[in-house]
Write a protein of this length. Sequence first.
Length: 475
Amino acid sequence: MTVDIHAPYKTRVKQALGDRHLGVALTRGTDRLVNGRLQAMTAVDGEKLRDQVRQMKEHTLRHLPAYLEQLETNLKANGVVVHWAKDGADAARIVGEIGLQNGVESVVKAKSMATEEIHLNHALEEVGMKVVETDLGEYIIQINDETPSHIVAPVIHKRLEDIAQIFQEKMDMPPTLDPEALCSAARVRLRKDFFGAQMGISGCNFAIAESGTICIVTNEGNGRMVASMPRIYVVLMGIEKVVPSVEDGLLQLQALTRSATGQQLSVYCSMTSGPRQPGHPDGPEQMHVVLMDNGRTRIIERGYGEALLCIRCGACLNVCPVYQEIGGHTYGSTYSGPIGAVISPLLAPELVHAKELPHATTLCGACRIACPVKIDLPRLLVDLRADLVNEKASPKAEQWAIQGFVKAMQSRDLYEQGGKLASLGSNVLAGLSGGNIKFMPPPLNGWTQHRNFPPFAKKSFREWWRERQELRNRD
Ligand code: SF4
């Protein structure tokens, strides 16, 4: 991985922009997903579908406590053990305890952003369990010791050539660019892990309150095996994943698969309503559902509830001109792209912990147009920028610049003096550069690293206007 996720934000951006292979992989991956979504959404009345999903998600969020209680009641009635986790540490502890109490040594996992959000693999490995990712993309990044860089396409930052190289190095495979051969090699290894695991863990695309049913969507069938082969099945879900009815779930499913991968329907859609019952030929002996808050209530309280309408399709990432250039790792958080730039600072204990992200956007609005739930991401990003300033979490230089600008705009004298000073300074720098300014001192040098800056006019508009009026009066 060329982007060091622990490096400062600006360093990560430089690393990403300097990686030619990353650029190629991102262009290939996002182009394919964008075109697929456009075709799939235009094959139906896409606008109507978006409006319906938005209405359903808004309704659910307005009545969230009631639907969560209904979900809990029906899950319990189906024989599921329900746990409530206030934060990530709590959720990881609960899952770890389920494993330890049942003597679990080996775990298989389906792709889940909620488990990534709380670094669950690490927590389980710390208490001695072996955790294997079974989604092919997640498997590749796990064996290469990386993290996912996209909500639905975790390995979008790699070209086929890079993946082949990883299989050669980590799995002793002969060199090949044949995707089928690569998939088969992973399948053979994973099959052994499925048979050996005592516990399966997945996230949840949506949970149906009226029936106590968990739905996971995959294209590889691994989700179904995770949910049914080991003797214990654990689901970790954010509390916003509940939907009222089966019809609502199927409505969300249509918008999700069309927006995520351009499919009318994913290859597998697995619905699980409880553990194995007497007389059932298979299925897990125990099923647990962990309902996790981990900052979601805080998001609603801060007035950003709209962000919780997200169905994690990744469409906003694919169309974002910033994401297309820098990829997911540069964001330095589990969630990337426009939705990541909104929820990562909000999920953190303080906004300041991801203060760069609301600025990692051009506010072009492409994400709002692509979003199947019509989330107004640009407005949320602007609101977050305002909150960062109000909470004094933005960089000091930016705070001082804005305070100085506000003062200057409130005083005619200050404004004129400031203008003269800027004109003088910029013309001195332009003289040194022999035309347009090629170098500015910090903190303004970021601009001139990539482009020139035209010097201010020697005379301000006011001076020019005054002189013009004086000349006219004389005539
Ligand atoms: S914000 Fe919208 S487009 Fe982005 S991942 Fe969520 S649902 Fe998809």
